[in-house]
Design a protein around this ligand. Structure first.
Ligand code: ADP
Ligand code: MG
Length: 383
């Protein structure tokens, strides 16, 4: 029998909240991480995409906030969660709010990210207990003295490997320098670079390393297939895949914003309801497209690796890699948008002859080899 949430040391009120949300059994990462976080340890949690990492930190954090009653100076936040994208910031805040809704004492959360006016964020900062932020906007808010990190008690890096890789290095260095040395650090990710030691040195203090990844061959909930397609046949083949399988909700990944726009345009021209979302769109357009897609009101969402990390779409049945990701790790994250919380999904990858060497590299990193299925005999007339 798997243990129940009630065995992990969580308060009665949190258990009630979980029951009301129909969460009964903790996932393996939750089983191990929750007690460790409650114990006050630094945690490095590595677990597959869709395995419930958010609650692994949100639950014990909420419990600490209920118990500790930290008195904070004005505009100091006790809990900081750093995430790579605006979309993920919004999603993580939703999880905190859902679980804390039933608690006797209200927990003040706030998500801050760029692309929207900074004023409401500055005004709303007073009394915030859980701040969920992308690094750039957080630095802006600190610059205008809307928030201070000098009393941070708990720091979470979700998608930790992404947060600690080169793209965020400068911002992360600045942010870490503003926090007290003594704090609890919680790092979660599905993938890690070989840089575990580096990460540990940078951020963690005698961490409890919890690794419950089952290994690539065990990502059985995601059925993967790869198709060899000539470059000029990719568009028609994509439409053929979508139409012949009657896919009603499919996330399509491209290698660039430009390409995402182009693919979505082409789909629409062929009568398939599609939108593109990527880093060059306005914040409003980004949140709207994702919301419509999550709600089942948009059939195809075409995106870049912007959405490869962390985004949770309930029951998403299909992911298509129209173009390969540069990094093998991103392949794992992309296909991990399906096959979440025990619901099966399928991931299709289009591979041109030119892509083949890179696709080999990706598979080698995954430790998993797919048969490349030929498509030349497929009649694509009409697609
Ligand atoms: P990860 O961050 O590991 O990719 P998430 O935290 O986004 O995963 O969770 C993935 C999905 O699993 C979410 O829809 C979440 O509601 C669901 N989930 C999380 N924990 C549980 C649980 N204990 N029982 C059932 N579903 C869960
Ligand atoms: Mg996550």
């Amino acid at each position: 029998m798997p243990p129940l949430f009630s065995t992990l040391g969580l308060s009665e009120t949190l258990l009630k909240s979980l029951a009301a949300l129909n969460y009964t059994t903790p996932t393996p990462i939750q089983q191990q991480a929750i007690p460790a976080v409650l114990f006050g340890k630094d945690v490095l949690g590595i677990a597959d995409t869709g395995s419930g990492k958010t609650l692994s930190y949100a639950l014990p954090i909420l419990q600490c906030l209920q118990e500790e009653k930290w008195t904070m100076q004005s505009r100091h936040v006790p809990v900081l969660v750093l995430v790579p994208t605006r979309e993920l910031a919004v999603q993580v805040e939703t999880v905190f709010n859902e679980v804390s809704a039933g608690l006797p004492e209200k927990v003040r959360t706030m998500a801050v990210f760029g692309g929207v006016s900074i004023n409401p964020q500055m005004i709303g900062m007073q009394g915030v207990q859980v701040l969920i932020a992308t690094p750039g906007r957080l630095l802006d808010l600190i610059g205008s003295k809307a928030v201070h990190l000098g009393e941070v008690k708990m720091l979470v890096l979700d998608e930790a490997d992404k947060m600690l890789n080169l793209g965020f290095q400068e911002e992360m260095d600045k942010l870490l320098a503003l926090m007290p040395r003594k704090r609890q650090n919680l790092l979660f990710s599905a993938t890690l670079n070989n840089a575990v030691n580096e990460i540990t040195r940078l951020v963690l203090h005698k961490p409890e390393v919890i690794q419950v990844t089952t290994g690539p061959q065990e990502i059985t909930l995601i059925k993967q297939r790869a198709f060899r397609v000539a470059p000029e046949r990719k568009g028609p083949y994509l439409r053929h895949l979508i139409q012949s399988r009657d896919m009603q909700q499919v996330l399509v990944f491209t290698a660039s914003s430009h390409s995402a726009d182009h693919v979505a345009d082409k789909l629409r021209k062929h009568g398939i309801d599609a939108k593109a979302t990527h880093g060059k769109k306005s914040n409003h357009a980004r949140q709207e497209a994702l919301a419509a897609f999550k709600a089942g009101k948009l059939r195809v969402l075409v995106t870049t690796d912007l959405l490869s990390r962390g985004i949770d779409i309930e029951f998403l049945p299909y992911v298509i890699n129209y173009e390969l990701p540069r990094s093998p790790k991103d392949y794992v994250h992309r296909i991990g948008r399906t096959g979440r919380a025990e619901h099966p999904g399928e991931a299709f990858t289009l591979v041109t002859p030119e892509d083949q060497p890179h696709f080999k590299v990706i598979q080698k990193k995954m430790g998993q080899w797919l048969t490349l299925e030929g498509t030349d005999d497929e009649d694509l007339k009409g697609f």
